[in-house]
Design a protein around this ligand. Structure first.
Ligand SMILES: [Zn+2]
Length: 385
């Protein structure tokens, strides 16, 4: 008998691919590690393996724009290959785990070893995030633009730019100098800066005034003060202007950086995030973040349409990564990265990083993850089930 053309078919699900505007029942076929067909019906005899996903949602593999994964070197990380297959995540961006002095090891031990696709921002501090909980920018001498720029230039296939954390605990008395040096490194390497905000010594407009189009503000819905809202809850005009100027705003939930009140106010004032990301690390993987699907579900709870929420965790971050053609989509020829979810409407409680609770439909419950054309891990219950 001739070998069938496909390796795996996900049969009977609702395909949701925001990049193509598809949200309807389709069968999806994979072959040779890539998306091979998205059709109304694909015969079971066409594939080596058929997985019945009737009643489930089939999306591109999730792309997490903010995570921490440098196991063995940084304290606040997760072993990403243990987390990703349980959560529909197939690509993550390590945001500043490695600095110039530890990036070689990061590439060797993480990027080259794990099944998850890993990209990175190099930290402007040469020690990256190894020093936690001593702030990595309390000694400004660690901030070396030459070295960070060289890492970006030498690792363009995986390194997207330069990370800096502008929190009081991280920068000590160095004010905005770490950010200035990160921008200098980004200028020298033709790349972007991702800046962490929250509990910063300076008001956010001072940070924004230094940023350039394409730079990213992460923890945009922080409730730790000096955020995107004025005292009266209105969106700062400088924040709206920054978006108009091309500056991007990332969620980065984490253990301290997502406040329901801030996100509710922002969405009500027409200011959704540019990406939904988890900031997953050991301090939040057992709550309040849990995983990226739970973070997405919080935005569904806040009223964001499902297709838009999925776009902000697939095509939107993939466009910024811009290293792998068709990443974050289910177009034929795209990498074979797929997530399958149940969409549950039973009422559950969600907690933000401030301990505030909102109740509503459970949302995305991960069921299967496919990466590079193969089922990854196996079906197992979500922590909520
Ligand atoms: Zn982070």
């Amino acid at each position: 008998m001739a070998r069938p053309p496909y390796d795996l078919v996900l049969s009977g699900g609702t395909v949701l691919d925001p990049s193509q505007g598809i949200q309807e029942r389709r069968d999806l076929a994979l072959a040779d590690g890539r998306i091979a067909a998205v059709e109304r019906t694909i015969g079971a005899d066409q594939s080596l393996q058929v997985l019945d996903v009737s009643g489930l949602l089939v999306t591109p593999g999730l792309v997490d724009m903010h995570a921490h994964v440098y196991v063995g070197v940084c304290p606040l990380v997760v072993p990403i290959d243990e987390i990703a297959p349980a959560s529909g995540v197939t690509t993550v961006v390590s945001t500043g785990d490695a600095g110039a002095h530890t990036f070689g090891g990061f590439r060797k031990l993480i990027v080259n070893q794990v099944r998850t696709r890993v990209y990175a921002f190099v930290h402007i501090s040469t020690i990256g995030l190894t020093g936690w909980e001593v702030g990595e920018m309390r000694n400004i001498d660690y901030a070396d633009p030459d070295k960070a720029a060289r890492v970006v230039r030498e690792n363009r296939d995986i390194c997207l730019g330069v990370k800096v954390r502008q929190g009081r605990q991280m920068v000590g008395s160095n004010g905005l100098d770490p950010l200035r040096r990160a921008i200098e490194a980004a200028e020298m390497s033709g790349s972007s800066v991702m800046v962490h905000i929250g509990d910063a010594p300076e008001p956010l407009p001072q940070v924004l005034s230094l940023l350039r189009p394409g730079d990213i503000v992460t923890h945009c819905f922080t409730g730790q003060g000096k955020g995107i809202l004025a005292e009266d809850g209105s969106l700062l005009p400088e924040v709206r202007q920054a978006r108009a100027d091309g500056i991007l705003f990332d969620v980065g939930h984490g253990m301290g950086s997502f406040d329901f009140r801030v996100s509710e106010a922002a969405l009500a004032q027409g200011f959704p995030p540019d990406f939904i990301s988890s900031d997953l690390h050991s301090g939040c993987v057992n709550g309040p973040t849990f995983d990226l699907p739970t973070t997405i579900s919080k935005f569904l709870l806040l009223g964001m349409p499902l297709a838009e929420a999925i776009r902000l965790a697939t095509a939107a971050p993939a466009a910024i990564i811009d290293r792998e053609p068709l990443l974050g989509t289910l177009q034929v020829g795209a990498p074979g990265d797929v997530a399958v979810f149940a969409v549950a409407d039973d009422e559950t409680s969600f907690v933000d990083a401030m301990g505030q609770v909102r109740t509503g439909p459970r949302g995305l419950v991960p069921r299967h993850t496919v990466t590079r054309g193969r089922l990854w891990g196996r079906p197992y219950p979500h922590p909520y089930l």
